[in-house]
Each structure stands twice: as C-alpha cells, then as structure tokens.
Design a protein around this ligand. Structure first.
Ligand SMILES: C[S@@+](CC[C@H](N)C(=O)[O-])C[C@H]1O[C@@H](n2cnc3c(N)ncnc32)[C@H](O)[C@@H]1O
Length: 402
C-alpha cells in the first residue's frame, strides 16, 4: 500500500508516494457556517492538533488515521477532505495548471472512476461547472501522461471524488474521504418536517455548557435530534457507527485495517450509563417519531420522551432542569405564523421561567428579533448570541439564564 506524503500550501505542490506511516497531511473539513470555531475545537480535542477556521471550513494537519477518526467520531463536521494542493489562482488556465501538478496515480487506480465536485465563492468570469470541467480535464490528462491510461468519469457513483473549492482566488483541491455528509446520521428513521441538523444540535449542546450528568430538557423536541445527540455524547457513541458507507473505503492509499483499528479504540470509550435527558413535544406523532429515532440510535433507554405543552411546563415537570436546549418553531416552516411568533415566544419564555428558574437556555431561531422582543418583556438577558446558517436559513443561536 503506498503511503503518501503531501506537501501543500506552497505554490509548487509536490506529492510523492512514500512507504512511511504516520506522516502528517493537510486536511480541511466542512461544517455549518457560523459554527466553525466549535468544529475546530472538536478537531483539536479529538486529534490533539491545532485547527484553524475558514468560511464553513476547518483546516488542520493530521495522520490518515486521525482523518478516519474524525469521520467516525465527529459530531460537528460534514466532510473531511485530504488536501492535495492549495494555491492562489487568477484564471481558469491557472486552475488547470495547478490541478495538473498533482500525482493522481497515487490516489486513483486505473480501473477506478472519478468525479470532480466544485464550489465557488466570489467574483469570477467563470462558473463552478467550468472549474469542475477544467479540473476533470487536468486529472485525465495527467493520468494519461503518467500512466498511459484514460480514467473513467462517473458523475453519479464515482469511486473517487475530487473536491475543489475556489474562494475569491484561494483554490483548494483534495480527495473526499467522507462521501455523503456526516450530518446525515443513519439513525433517523422518522423525518420531522422541520428537523434540526444533527451537527447544529451537537454544536448547540457543546456551546450550552451542558455536562452529561446535569438534567437536560428539550421542551419542543420534534423528532428528538437534540436529545438523541445529547445521549450519544454522554455515552461517547461515535455517530459514524451508524453509517453504511464512507468514501475512504474505496481509496487505494487507505490501509483497509485502519478503520477497524480506529473503530475499536472508539468503541472502548462507549458507556451504557443512564443520563437525565428529557424531551417533550405537543405533537404525539413527533414524540412517537422521536421514540423510533432514539430506539434506532440505541439510546431510547436513557431519554424520557413524552407529549406535553411547553407553554405549561410547570404542570409537567417534577424536577428542576439545569439546561434547556431547544429549537422552537420559527414561524417559517411550521407552527405559529410569523405575526404570532413574538407572542408565542413571550408565552414560552414565561413558561420556562416559571418552571426552570436559574436554568441555562440555549436556543436556535430564525425569528431572532421576535425572540429578543419577547426576552426584553420577560426580563431575560441574552449572555451571547451568534449567527449561523441552518441550511439556507439565516438563524441565530442565543444563550441566557432564566
Ligand atoms: C422546529 S421543530 C423542532 C424540531 C426538532 N429539533 C428536530 O430536530 O426534530 C419545533 C417543534 O416544536 C413543537 N411545538 C410547537 N409548539 C409546542 C408547544 N406548545 N409545546 C411543545 N412543543 C411544541 C412542534 O410540534 C415541533 O415539533
């Protein structure tokens, strides 16, 4: 098996196949915009390396084993990419020249197919499709020159995906190690119509300051994303174990035994303790769905799920939650209309204050102005807030004490 040494971040990329294990490589991982710092901290904690942030991305150096560990254990990342070259470019011709400097036979076997996926941000006289097409041509030409064979392109189900990102004139090209985004946890058997991204839920839990033994409540839990992510965190279950596939399994330079080694290490950390995690929703259908999701994730024995009205919390709770993490309706996809959302938030905050005084709340909403109006009426002071992208929606996460 060839082990690669990749030298990047200079304008003369140089990639060689070397029989050396434990080499360090450059990677980037994608994540939710507005939560890059939380994802960078996770990379640092999981790998013990320094990570820096870009727009929707985290950069770091690691071994290939570290990259596999992120794929299996990360709760906040979407995709891990091994960087083959990063350079400043001014034109499509430079995209071609930069991409053509990579030693593709070290990454793609002659019988394998490939596809290029390109993203572009900034002002350019060309499209992301143009970038993908130039890079594709560079891959085919380089392979032909080095190996004398023509690689097959397969846009639907390729063996190897080359990821390109052009942000202004910063061009990064790498091999996708992940495949479908890591935020798609395979435990979800019930799809809530306004489900929160699992990676945002995990980031909110991290930002909330919640520690696993403190009583946690999501009073509007829908399909259970927040409470399930919390239970997985508490039990140290790597979310990757639910996945059926990873792009790295098809890559010739990844040692086939490496994944089992990493998975075994991670499995040793799993515990089966019970944690005080509680989810409520006013919809019996969603609570039923949350139960199915929790069962599918193997954490239904540590989450209490029940039907209840978050606006009448005091009548329901027989304990004092220390942390509330929630994703109330925004008045956009479901629930009360935008006009009535400020009034709804007012009732919600009053109910939370009545039932859980002193608790720390972390919530995400697209209707942040309505939330702020309600907060000022109830006398709730926001400790911090940040803007994040929830898919295509501009949302805010805010934290406050009741
Ligand atoms: C944005 S969704 C939450 C989605 C959830 N985070 C997930 O990932 O599946 C908001 C939820 O609030 C629930 N809800 C609305 N009003 C409620 C109330 N008064 N009490 C409890 N739940 C309520 C809705 O039924 C809906 O499931």
């Amino acid at each position: 098996m060839p082990v690669l040494e990749v030298v990047v971040f200079n304008h003369q990329p140089h990639i060689t196949a070397q029989p050396r294990c434990g080499c360090l490589f450059s990677f980037y991982a994608t994540t939710n915009r507005g939560l890059e710092d939380v994802a960078a901290r996770e990379v640092e904690e999981l790998l013990g390396v320094k990570a820096s942030v870009g727009l929707g991305r985290v950069f770091f150096e690691s071994s290939l084993k570290g990259a596999l560990k992120l794929n299996l254990a990360s709760r906040m990342l979407h995709r891990v990419v091994l960087i083959l070259v990063r350079s400043t470019i001014e034109s499509l011709q430079e995209v071609y020249r930069t991409a053509a400097a990579v030693d593709y036979p070290s990454f793609i076997e002659p019988a394998q197919s490939f596809a290029v996926r390109a993203e572009r941000k900034g002002k350019h006289s060309f499209t992301s499709l143009d970038v993908a097409s130039k890079v594709g041509q560079a891959v085919i030409d380089t392979y032909m020159a080095l190996k004398g064979s023509r690689l097959k392109v397969n846009l639907d189900d390729p063996d190897v995906v080359i990821q390109c990102m052009l942000k202004e004139n910063d061009f990064t090209l790498g091999v996708d190690l992940t495949g479908p985004s890591l935020h798609m946890r395979n435990y979800r058997v019930y799809d809530h119509p306004a489900a929160l991204r699992s990676t945002i839920a995990a980031s909110m839990l991290k930002l909330s300051g919640w520690q696993d033994t403190a009583p946690l409540l999501d009073p509007m839990c829908g399909g259970g994303t927040i409470v399930i992510e919390a239970a997985l965190m508490a039990r140290k279950v790597p979310p990757g174990i639910y996945r059926k596939t990873f792009a790295y399994r098809k890559l010739c330079f990844i040692d086939k035994e490496l994944e089992a080694e990493v998975a075994e290490d991670l499995a040793e950390g799993i515990n089966f303790e019970a944690y005080p995690i509680h989810g409520l929703d006013c919809s019996a259908k969603h609570v039923q769905g949350a139960m199915l999701n929790a069962r599918s994730a193997g954490v239904d024995d540590t989450i209490k799920l029940e039907v209840g009205d978050a606006l009448r919390l005091r009548e329901i709770l027989d304990y004092q939650p220390a942390y509330l993490v929630l994703n109330p309706p925004y008045g956009v996809r479901s629930g009360p209309s935008l006009k009535r959302i400020a009034d709804f938030y007012l009732k919600l905050l009053r109910s939370l204050k009545e039932a859980a005084r002193g608790a720390r709340v972390t919530l995400i909403t697209v209707s942040y102005d309505s939330f702020l109006k309600a907060a000022s009426k109830v006398g709730v002071e926001v400790l911090w807030s940040r803007s994040v992208m929830h898919g295509s929606l501009k949302a805010s996460i805010a934290s406050f004490l009741l």
